[in-house]
Design a protein around this ligand. Structure first.
Ligand code: NAD
Ligand code: IPM
Ligand code: MN
Length: 357
């Protein structure tokens, strides 16, 4: 197969982990006889520095013309001034919107050999296997926002909006995934307080009743879910929720396998290229030190093969190599629990060796 893959390294540890992922893509191409063309484009803080824009038009054009996109991360203290004209994160939100990537899939799986890397007890986390569907192009992230004068100084506002159509499409996608898994779907909202959540809940219930009577469906309030996620994570199969709730719950969920550095994500629309990235950020505290865990980005490559290129064997090969690497005892610092660890590039070496062995 020939495929055109856009790489968006971004900021902080982004370039370090994407460099390793690029080697892995090349390794997979060699092993399976594919030809992938990759090109790198600017997004985030470095794009603000070079172009004055966190998402230059040239990056949008390249993404639209690609089969799939792999992103590292954006952001960092250099661009954190609250009065700045723009921010790195704007670039990420804009590319999601431009490409219509309304569904963010975030799988949470625990590895038997890593169970002790989790701050939670083995008997709680062992066997956890959850697939989150986070709505990605609506909600409070994309509502009207601004500031206005207020007797005390000023006030700021962000509107949270969801339409029935936005809820229907993400719920349908999540329910179809549940049918392929253990047949359970949990919708998370704040319907006891928010009107937006009441529309979300009504819509989700209707879709599930009319179209997916075979899927066991329940609803959990967001605050309660934050607790259930770490007290009984094994009870959840597929979870669907809005943009901000999904953002927060999945960072929390990263403590089930043990590190943010292990969790990949896929952002998908109804057509066109998908965007694949680790769920973590640019990790300014460890950037430039060659210590970041590249496994989340490798697993994002597996999702890219599966969802955008239809290359299931290649996806499985990456997932198996990552599991075998952990089984063989290789650890980056974040999952080493104080024991011996290897660097970002050494982890890249080990994974690549196994992939091409
Ligand atoms: P972060 O996810 O960057 O880091 C949180 C903690 O996890 C840090 O201690 C970091 O060192 C650690 N960590 C993250 N990824 C790791 C990895 N691969 N290996 C080992 N340790 C890892 O979150 P933050 O510090 O709150 O945010 C930093 C910047 O990243 C902010 O500007 C934020 O807006 C941005 N951000 C970007 C994305 C993205 O591009 N998708 C996602 C989240 C945050
Ligand atoms: C994520 C990040 C982004 C989000 C930020 C950087 C805009 O936290 O991808 O999880 O909130 O969606
Ligand atoms: Mn996040």
């Amino acid at each position: 197969m020939e495929a055109n893959i856009v790489l968006l390294p971004g900021d902080g540890i982004g370039p370090e982990i994407v460099a390793q992922a690029k080697r892995l893509l090349e390794g997979v191409a060699t092993k399976f006889g594919h030809s992938f063309t990759t090109s790198e484009h600017a997004i985030g803080g470095n794009a603000i520095d070079a172009f004055g824009d966190p998402l230059p038009q040239s990056t949008i054009d390249a993404c639209k013309a690609s089969h799939a996109i792999l992103l590292g991360a954006v952001g960092g203290p250099k661009w954190d001034d609250p009065t700045a004209r723009t921010r790195p994160e704007v670039g990420l939100l804009k590319i999601r919107k431009e490409l219509g990537l309304f569904a963010n899939l975030r799988p949470i799986q625990t590895y038997p050999e890593l169970v002790d890397a989790s701050p939670l007890r083995r008997e709680i986390v062992e066997g956890t296997d959850i697939l989150f569907f986070r709505e990605l192009t609506g909600g409070i992230y994309f509502g009207k926002s601004g500031r206005r004068p207020h007797p005390s100084g000023e006030e700021a506002f962000n509107e949270m909006v969801y339409s029935t159509g936005e809820v229907e499409r993400i719920v349908r996608m999540a329910a179809r995934a549940a049918q392929q898994r253990r047949g359970k779907l949990t919708s998370v909202d704040k319907a006891n307080v928010l009107e937006v959540s009441r529309l979300w809940r009504q819509t989700a219930e209707r879709v599930m009743k009319e179209e997916f009577p075979d899927v066991a469906y329940d609803v959990v309030l967001i605050d309660s879910m934050a607790m259930h996620l770490i007290s009984r994570p094994r009870d959840f199969d597929v979870v669907v929720t809005g943009n901000m709730f999904g953002d927060i719950l999945t960072d929390e969920a990263s403590m089930l396998p043990g590190s943010l550095g292990l969790l990949p994500s896929a952002s998908l629309g109804s057509e066109g290229p998908g965007l694949y990235e680790p769920i973590h950020g640019s990790a300014p505290d460890i950037a430039g030190k060659n210590v970041a865990n590249p496994l989340a980005t490798f697993l994002a490559c597996a999702m890219l093969f599966r969802h955008s290129l239809g290359l299931t064997a290649e996806a499985v090969a990456i997932e198996e190599v990552v599991a075998a690497t952990l089984k063989a005892g290789y650890r980056t610092k974040d999952i080493a629990a104080g024991g011996p660890s290897i660097s970002t590039s050494e982890m890249g070496d080990v994974v690549l060796q196994q992939m091409t062995a």
